[in-house]
Design a protein around this ligand. Structure first.
Ligand code: BG6
Ligand code: MG
Length: 218
């Protein structure tokens, strides 16, 4: 078997944390006197914490001082972490461990490429941290997806060329980042949203061993 690098996004691919981001952002928006909808939350998938807050404040026609901005970021993350601290293995999305274990058993490079600064905490909570050879997260990058920095760094950390890497992503920005990095992009979610990806599956239960073998040996 050939060796490829498999880079996993975290939120929406390994665990469904979008619901916790939503609750924390909604409470924050409400405390500032405006609402925040699930549709708006969709647009924040893959978007960094700073950029998310900028968008939310713009939607609420609100401007704040730099100091207040930092305060709001901390407030949101503190509430988000309260949800994260209650997480356990039951929140891992279906068949993610099967695919991870298959890749590891077949000596493939496995890395995390996430915008989240909470990635390690979340992986620890769901007991998946040890599955990843390397982790590149929001603490390691200066440019947010759709910039390819996070995935290029992950490829480098695995010592595998970008064109030999495969990315699992649930966000449009993430699929675009993978494509720009010259990697194979696998969208996890709806075809209507992720149509720019090379392959699209609703979830990992649809990803067969045959498919993975084909990707590895291509
Ligand atoms: C991404 C999520 O994975 O991480 C975004 O899709 C989130 O919704 C971003 O804003 C940053 O996460 P965190 O945990 O650093 O606030
Ligand atoms: Mg995601």
């Amino acid at each position: 078997m050939k060796i490829k690098g498999f880079i996993f996004d975290l939120d929406g691919v390994i665990v469904d944390t979008a619901k916790y981001h939503f609750l924390a952002w909604k409470n924050l928006a409400n405390s500032l006197g405006f609402d925040f909808t699930e549709t708006q939350n969709e647009q924040l998938k893959g978007v960094s914490r700073v950029e998310s807050l900028k968008k939310i404040l713009a939607w609420g026609n609100t401007t704040v001082s730099d100091e207040k901005f930092q305060e709001l970021m901390t407030l949101k993350n503190t509430e988000y972490l309260e949800f994260i601290n209650k997480m356990d293995d039951s929140e891992i999305l279906p068949d993610v461990p099967r695919v991870l274990d298959y890749l590891i058993d077949n000596k493939q490079g496995v890395s995390l490429g996430s915008a989240s600064k909470n990635a390690k905490v979340i992986l620890e909570k769901v007991h998946l941290l040890s599955k990843f050879k390397t982790i590149v997260d929001g603490n390691d990058v200066s440019k947010a997806k759709p910039d390819p920095e996070v995935f290029l760094n992950a490829a480098k950390s695995l010592n595998i060329k970008p064109e030999d890497c495969v990315v699992f992503e649930d966000s449009v920005a993430g699929v675009q980042a993978a494509n720009t990095a010259n990697m194979i992009s696998i969208g996890i979610g709806s075809k209507d949203v992720l149509y720019e990806a090379d392959y699209i599956f609703n979830d990992f239960t649809e990803i067969s061993t045959e498919f993975i073998n084909k990707i590895i040996n291509n």
